[in-house]
Write a protein that binds this ligand. Structure first.
Ligand SMILES: Nc1ncnc2c1ncn2[C@@H]1O[C@H](COP(=O)(O)OP(=O)(O)OP(=O)(O)O)[C@@H](O)[C@H]1O
Ligand SMILES: [Mg+2]
Length: 282
């Protein structure tokens, strides 16, 4: 668990061979505080800077201005304390499922903070069980379905028990049923571990279902437009919380916010991808 403070963050990308005048401002003056143990979701139109923000939180990209602090310490590069799960299953094709999960544990061991070989195998198997993958430990990625591969990626991200889990549209490539299963799995894991989670999605419904707070980003430049506290009664005891009026209200509010932030019609229409909200008329 960790607190993330984002202070006056900015990120510009220079067009190659050009001056700063033609730089693309992906993020500007972004301030945000994500609480220890929070499940924080982030939605926004395509190209608004969500992945850029996540990459900066992960330490995979450096900001142009401002800073990110995790538990008061500036982020200056990647760290095993901040695990990332991307949309595409970033598994090593030549390693079995269990070996893929062991990868992160091995690099921890090399730093003298980890488990020995048999400890790593036990831990990797534990996490594969946690994500419902017992029985496929020795299969290679090409032998697994998309949903199974993404479970392996989640097991790998969690196995070294990071303080922060950063997820960039992790379920976007999956079918609806598998996506719902993995949403519930992730909520379950979060309820048990209370790892701080930052979760990017194009699905408004997914953002409301998972997040304690949903941030809506606007684009050009990327900023936080509004943050909505999600308070759903008995969210884990109601079978179909998604069909409650409360849920619909949140969904509609976020859909409206996203719609407002869209460029004017006829000019540069917002892509369908950026406004995915089943059940809400476009
Ligand atoms: N490496 C890069 N070089 C130049 N411009 C970039 C680079 N990465 C991102 N950008 C630009 O920064 C802006 C934000 O991109 P980013 O990928 O963060 O958007 P996003 O919100 O994740 O979009 P999507 O929802 O489509 O994934 C876009 O205008 C994009 O073209
Ligand atoms: Mg992105």
């Amino acid at each position: 668990m960790s607190t993330i403070e984002i202070k006056n963050l900015g990120k510009k990308f220079l067009r190659s061979g050009s001056s700063e005048d033609t730089a693309v401002t992906a993020i500007e003056s972004l301030d945000l505080r994500i609480q220890d143990g929070e499940f924080f979701t982030l939605v926004g139109p395509s190209g608004c800077g969500k992945s850029t923000l996540l990459d900066i939180l992960a330490g995979l990209a450096a900001p142009t201005s401002g800073e990110v602090l995790v538990d008061g310490e500036p982020v200056s590069g990647p760290s095993l304390e901040r695990s990332v799960v991307f949309q595409q299953y970033a598994l090593f094709p030549w390693l079995t499922a269990v070996a893929n999960v062991e990868v992160g544990l091995e690099s921890q061991a090399r730093r003298g903070r980890g488990l020995d070989k048999s400890g790593r195998r036990i831990r990797a198997n534990e996490y594969l069980r946690l994500v419902g993958l017992q029985g496929v430990e020795d299969k290679y990625p090409h032998e697994l379905s998309g949903g199974m591969r993404q479970r392996v990626a989640i097991a790998r991200a969690l196995a070294h028990e990071p303080k922060v889990l950063l997820m960039d549209e992790p379920f976007a490539a999956l079918d609806a049923q598998t996506r719902e299963q993995l949403q519930d799995l992730l909520l379950d894991i979060w309820n048990r571990t209370r790892t701080t989670i930052v979760f990017i999605t194009h699905g408004i419904e997914e953002a409301v279902y998972l997040g304690q707070r949903v941030a809506v980003m606007s684009s050009k430049p990327g900023r936080i437009k509004e943050i909505i506290n999600i308070e759903l009664d008995g969210r884990h005891s109601v079978d179909d919380i998604r069909s409650t009026p409360q849920f619909s209200d949140y969904r509609h509010r976020i859909w409206t916010l996203l719609h407002e932030s869209a460029p004017s019609a006829g000019n540069s229409p917002v892509s369908r991808k950026s406004l995915v909200s089943p059940g809400v008329p476009a």
